[in-house]
Design a protein around this ligand. Sequence first.
Ligand SMILES: [Zn+2]
Length: 270
Amino acid sequence: MKKDFINHFRKDSKHLDKSTETKPHTPAKNPEVEIAKEMINAYRKHYQDIDLDVLRNLIELKDITNAPKQANPDASFNAIEQRLGEAESNETLRRERWHNKISCPNCGSHRIRNLNHTEQKAHGNFRYNCLECNQYFNASTGTPIESGSPPLSTWMFCWYLLGCTDSLQYIANKLGLDLPTVEAMVRQMQKLFKSQQPLTHFMSFEEWSLKHGTSYKKRIQHEFSRKQELYRGDTTGVPHDTREYARQKNRAHNPHDHTPHKPKPKNRAT
Ligand SMILES: [Zn+2]
């Protein structure tokens, strides 16, 4: 789009004869693609504190655990194993425990300071400092997961498998634990995460766009049509009625809406 703008400006400054132009000025980018890109960016912004690869893996993990449950989900087990690394385990715990609202496990305050990278202990294991009571903590602090036995990765693997099967015996066999241990782990996680299913509060891109997508799409479409007009200037062969069309449409929608004052583009040749 920027390139189009520059080309348009060059044509004007060189005073080219417009009759020699063989085809009308057409936008190089597909508006639909641009809208999709913008929406993906807005989704990324929503989850900007997650590393991009980890985010991608969490989306796939959510899809895997959202599939219908099976008695013997070996394919899902392998798919989870491929995607669930150290960073994903830490991120899952962080998402599931706090649902984006981090609170101090000691005093419950939301006045939290994020410790910087050099103060972190491991990849994706974010640590925090409470500004009320000065406690240092991470996502496992004050939970049964904190002891490290079984390790965090086993807890999270168990949690994801719970989305794939109702058979706790299957989970116990696969993770090399006894059944009472798995039963206790599942109970503790369901209570701690206030959920029966993995990643209930984490939105995949599809879920996000269903919830927020319409408003973003409208806004981006509007911005896009405005940009198009601005860049087109007075190039021949291009209809000039797009802004008026939008105005009419807006009036039909809201008859009391006044036409906003918009300055003319500075590069418009007169
Ligand atoms: Zn505190």
